[in-house]
Design a protein around this ligand. Structure first.
Ligand code: FAD
Length: 322
């Protein structure tokens, strides 16, 4: 269960939702593993979102995430309680921790899964993810080592509706490491300033691609996002051209998003892009090529030149928000 400053990451609640289904199929209990310092206020939330048990390690060395300390904590818990399956959010922290834990335990890890299921006959986790540049779905099994490990990106799985007042069992555990043994020190934590909306949290995203021609053209995307209070997204080609930051990239090697409304402007709709946005509720695509692949993934398609269509949107939305 990933937390920062005592706030649970939404992906952890989504993992509990996915984990609940797996545990029910296997007829075993679902547990949340919570490491941190003074984070016990989260425990009840984990029960309400489906955990039967919470394994918790509370220690000052765990106040801020550091691979060394968190890895020792998780590996100790795994060795003692021997889970069949161990899931992580594929966030910056989750990716780091999952890989160090898998290496230390000598087991397999399937990263960035988009589907998890159980082969009941063999009690195996079926971890599926896009492979070969997104052209096939591969289902990966870990037959000979335990635990079977997988990571899942934020917004791919669904959390259950919390059951108010649901409780469970708390197992508190010590940690076998102290500050002197750690090679990394957290000197200070600097919050990103500004009112930029995070891509993964946004309800509305305006994304642009290579069709915007240059950095100045891409400004149209930023302008529309500004008027709508939306986050900016980009295709990989727009990022590689230097018009957008990598943190703004949507897709297989960027962020997976699932907003209520997604504008795809001058984006062709390559599978590596659409795997990252196809769970959006409403997709509006603007492209001058009527045969562009993106039109197969959209709710509303506008065949037209972005430089004519987008300024019209900006003007109309400006009138609405004034
Ligand atoms: P293009 O494919 O060049 O499309 C530009 C579009 O703009 C065209 O459809 C064109 O008709 C339209 N257009 C041109 N002018 C205008 C205009 N004036 N008005 C309106 N429309 C216009 N891509 C991602 O996005 N995210 C990823 O995470 C990602 N990961 C990848 C991982 C791997 C392993 C590989 C191999 C590729 C990956 N890609 C990713 C790249 C992906 O395959 C595509 O190359 C990329 O998405 C294309 O970007 P684009 O749609 O902006 O550009």
């Amino acid at each position: 269960m990933e937390q920062r400053s005592g706030k649970i990451a939404p992906v952890s609640l989504e993992l509990l939702g996915a984990g609940r289904k797996l545990a029910d199929k296997l007829n075993v209990e679902l547990a949340g593993v919570l490491l941190g310092h003074k984070v016990d206020q989260i425990v009840n939330e984990l029960y309400e979102y489906g955990a039967d048990t919470v394994y918790s390690i509370d220690h000052p060395v765990l106040e801020h995430y550091r691979s060394e300390a968190y890895q020792v904590g998780v590996v100790d818990l795994v060795k003692k309680y021997k889970p069949e399956i161990l899931l992580f959010g594929a966030t910056v922290i989750g990716r780091d921790l999952a890989s160090t834990v898998a290496t230390e335990l000598g087991t397999g890890l399937t990263a960035d899964c988009t589907r998890l299921d159980i082969d009941l006959k063999n009690r195996l986790l079926e971890a599926s993810r896009p492979a070969m540049g997104g052209n096939i779905m591969a289902t990966i099994l870990c037959k000979n080592h335990r635990p079977q490990m997988a990571s899942v990106r934020p917004k791919v799985m669904k959390a259950i509706d919390p059951i108010k007042g649901r409780t469970g069992k708390l197992v508190e555990h010590p940690i076998n490491i102290d500050e002197n043994q750690l090679q990394t020190k957290v000197i200070s934590v600097v919050q990103e300033l500004g009112n930029k909306i995070r891509l993964s949290d946004a309800n509305v995203i305006v994304a642009g691609g290579k069709g915007l021609q240059d950095e100045k053209g891409f400004q149209l995307v930023r302008e529309l996002a500004d008027v709508l209070g939306a986050a900016v997204g980009a295709s990989r080609d727009a990022v590689e051209a230097g018009w957008a930051e990598h943190s703004e990239q949507v897709g297989q090697t960027g962020t997976t998003v699932a907003p209520k409304l997604y504008f795809a402007i001058g984006i062709s709709g390559a599978v590596q892009h659409t795997v990252g946005m196809e769970n959006s509720e409403i997709v509006v695509a603007i492209n001058k090529d009527p045969n562009a692949q993106i039109f197969e993934k959209c709710t509303y398609g506008i065949v037209g030149d972005a430089f004519e269509v987008v300024p019209k949107f900006i003007n109309e939305f400006k009138k609405l928000v004034q």
